[in-house]
Design a protein around this ligand. Sequence first.
Ligand code: NAD
Length: 335
Amino acid sequence: MKKILVTGAVGFIGYHLTKKLISEGYDVVGVDNINNYYDPNLKYRKLPILGIDKTQIENNKVYASNKHPNFKFVKLNICDRSRLEDLFQYENFNIVCHLAAQAGVHYSNQNPHIYIENNVSGFINILDACHKSKIKHFIYASSSSVYGNRDDIPFKETDNVNKPISIYAASKVSNELMAYTFSHLHNLKTTGLRFFTVYGPWGRPDMAPFIFTKNIIEKKPIKVFNKGNMERDFTYIDDIIGGIMLIVKGDNKSAYKIYNIGNANPVNLNVFIKTIEKSIGRKAQITYQPIRDGDVIKTYADVSLLANDYNYKPSTPIYIGIEKFVRWYKEYYKI
Ligand SMILES: NC(=O)c1ccc[n+]([C@@H]2O[C@H](COP(=O)([O-])OP(=O)(O)OC[C@H]3O[C@@H](n4cnc5c(N)ncnc54)[C@H](O)[C@@H]3O)[C@@H](O)[C@H]2O)c1
């Protein structure tokens, strides 16, 4: 069976991917530095589910799962190049799914250096290790934010992405450029995935679905920017994981590929809030605020390229996805 490295393995998307790969019998090594950008308990709580139930996780030590013989976990910072290269040499991966990154659009404009360190230097460490150990396929997370603000919708992979409006977006554009260079120079197969606003169980606490749900449940006001006149192509986590799995199993057609991976169905923010209200059974208290720097008005994925190449078909409507998220949230926080 193929051996796969998942970076960001106890983050939101990385955890779901890790679980799926393990359940399908792949040999998986999960790496994460378990940073505290958001409540790290949300990451630590995933470890026992994956069969890593040590009370103390030491840095750079490989832990074998006691539930899944095909899973190991290492708390490792991808910025530590020599440790990372040791891991690559020792493990001999076939495929790398690189999801570790400093996420967050607004945080990036106040803390640019963190993004350069984790998303640019960290990325080149992984990319170079993939090249040196002759990985078969390097799959990595890009973002819909690379598109910036634009009127021509839906967003297509052929659109120009040279005007990112946040440092986070700029770091993701730079990843795509570096991947291109490595594909060109070394014939490394790379596939970049531009994720569109992913939500679902274990979702990120800095993102709107989580913040709105939390505040409505706790009867606190929610901040809504630009009077809610924004649209997001919210994509349920299972559809994202389904898409990544198609790519893991499939053969990428050329050395360098970029795909949108979204729901292809943008939802207005006010409609989104109403969906959460309905699911919780309580009205939101809304405080309207002007639009923030770095916010884009609308995201809308054209997914035809991924549909053509890999038969990708997202299938979760927003009301079902939100229902599942709210159910998870209530269970997790024992409400
Ligand atoms: N969630 C979304 O809607 C979304 C949208 C577009 C792109 N993305 C991208 O998808 C990927 C996964 O996002 P997510 O939502 O799961 O975020 P997340 O923050 O939940 O997961 C990222 C994980 O990477 C880890 N990490 C960060 N820096 C690291 C480092 N230097 N070394 C090792 N581990 C490190 C973090 O501890 C975290 O657990 C990221 O690259 C993100 O930029 C996410």
